[in-house]
Design a protein around this ligand. Sequence first.
Ligand SMILES: Nc1nc2c(ncn2[C@@H]2O[C@H](COP(=O)(O)OP(=O)(O)OP(=O)(O)O)[C@@H](O)[C@H]2O)c(=O)[nH]1
Ligand SMILES: [Mg+2]
Length: 700
Amino acid sequence: MREYTTDAIRNVAVVGHGACGKTTLVDALAFVAGTSKRHGSVKDGTALTDYTPDEIERKYSINLALAHVEWADCKVNLLDTPGYLDFLGESVSGLHAADGALVVVSAAAGVEVGTELMWQEAERRGMPRMFYVSLMDKEHADFEKAYTDIREHLTSKVIPIEIPVGEGPEFHGIINLFSKRCHLYKQGSKTGEYDEVDIPPEYQERFDRYWQELIERIAETDDKLIERYLGGEEISREEALTAMKAGMRRGELFPLLCGSAELTYGMRALLSKLVELMPSPADLPPLEAQEWGSAEPVQIDRANGGPFVAHVFKTVSEPHVGDVTFFRILSGNLTNGADVYNAPRDSSEKLNHLSVVLGKERAEVPMLHAGDLGSVAKLKDTHTNDTLSTKANPVVVPKVTMPEPLISLAVEVHQHGEEDKLSTALQRLHEEDPTFHYEYSGEVGQTLVRGRGERHLEVVIGRLKRKFGVTAELARPKVAYRETFKGRAEGQGKHKKQTGGRGQYGDCWIKLAPLPRGSGYEFLDSITGGVIPNKYIPAVDKGIQEAAARGAVAGYPVVDFQAECFDGSYHDVDSSEMAFKMAGILAFRAVAEKSKPVLLEPILQVEVYAPEDNLGEVMGDLSGRRGQILGTEQDGRLTKIRAMIPESEMYKYSTQLHSITHGRGTFHAEFASYQETPPDVAAKVAAEREKEEEEKEKKK
Ligand SMILES: Nc1nc2c(ncn2[C@@H]2O[C@H](COP(=O)(O)OP(=O)(O)OP(=O)(O)O)[C@@H](O)[C@H]2O)c(=O)[nH]1
Ligand SMILES: [Mg+2]
């Protein structure tokens, strides 16, 4: 590959809802440009950017993947992002590494949840955006509807610069509004060859309408142009394009194109527009960064090279290959084999085998210029979201904010003894995918994994097996129930044994009383007159605590209570710490029964965001989950519902919410407090716990 300087580079993230045709589009663009030699397909598992075994098997994108095309003396780096929201972290990383977004909207489905979400992500970053209406050849394709959908749901600043000739199975050409020419595609064409003809007479009226709209909208963004336009002067194609590019940069115009990637119709025009309208990294304002080791902000000038700085936007760990690191050069040029520095980790890294990426292929290059995307393998200690710079100029650039995990499940290994392997592998997987988290919960004795959705966690389980040879499966997380007392009672615990020689003797009287929620455990020693010698009192306390840990209702730890030891007796010879501990245990068991023990369950504070249309069903579902609705309020286009819901009822909630709201609803949950469970629930939990204990016994 030839060398591309900063001004000849375009970094474009291809974003949109699942199955809108992003991967097919990236493949077609690379094929039509001649950069890749074969026109792959998602269905056959041969698409350029869906190459991992997971993706080939499932036929949708899971990972952010890179390709590049060489077109019109420029190199366009394309970042193919997954549309499924479970993998939003990858898509966000893709946007972060790009300078512009190509928002793909299916001509058959119009604007969907994923389109809206990625649109907002791009908007937050103030990125120039272009629309591409995909699948124009598909049954029920409707260009007008897609355009109207975008105007109504995303932005009124969208403006078509192309219109299709025919739709669905009839789709066979595209009229270019700038050139006022029509491309009629040759049937059976492999790389989008066309005949260029005049605008067909039956399309003249439609062309005039769209052309008028285009030119007016462009003129509106530029005072000089509008004056000339109103004065009846002609505006040239170049002037219009320049104004459009400037308008895109200011977020005032979003051009819309269309085509069919499967048939390769419209690919050439789209490539040309990406080159002409998307910004080069040299067009960007300086980036705010921080000098490492000082609080001083520094400006990273991207246009003029400067010292080397790069941001790592993705790492993939391959156990037998080592880690592959993908980065974007923010400033400076980079030569193969360069020594760089990861300042926060104090790690010197050598960038060997500097490569450009085309799907799964990595082609070594001697150097890359500022703004370009590259990859290297086998770095020592560099992870996703790190900054690479130089020892002479150590800096750190802002990190990408990763989406928070939404669901939590337990993971269980098949083979006993693989737990260590599991935690090493989970750590590696977290490093490559920061939206995936894990932790071991001692309280419930399970490893918990957290992610964006069930699909996400299933993919992680697949990777565990494929990459690390750990066979595991997802399981229902155990709920950390607790118990407490609602009443007060007192009673005796007496441990007395006479077996031949020295006996055992311990005797105590205790009172149990509830404490406010969250107080924990309190022990009160009110023994007077030495009826229990001082040295044995801690043993009574210990016995009570031991028994409390084993529960009074369903075998869960008893919390928030006070135990008072107020009377007892001892024996000069037979008393011992052991005997008094036993007495404590017996006393607790006897008194706990009489102190109205109850089961407590964790309650989550939940915020659900749902569209108005599904509000009734979402609330009904929450009530069915024993949810207590606290209130609702409008939040943009969605309604926010605040509710308290028992954790045990939240299992698979994300799947349910997704299905009720057709993917539009989201939620956020966090632990709020422990509350008493209704008796019927407590009885069920106790029965389950008993069964579990029996099974454990059997295994022994
Ligand atoms: N008829 C037709 N089908 C297409 C076209 N582009 C994509 N498809 C089909 O639509 C389906 C989804 O295409 P993908 O390219 O995987 O869509 P995607 O946007 O990458 O999907 P995710 O990776 O899940 O976000 C596949 O079955 C494609 O074959 C097209 O231009 N015409
Ligand atoms: Mg895809």
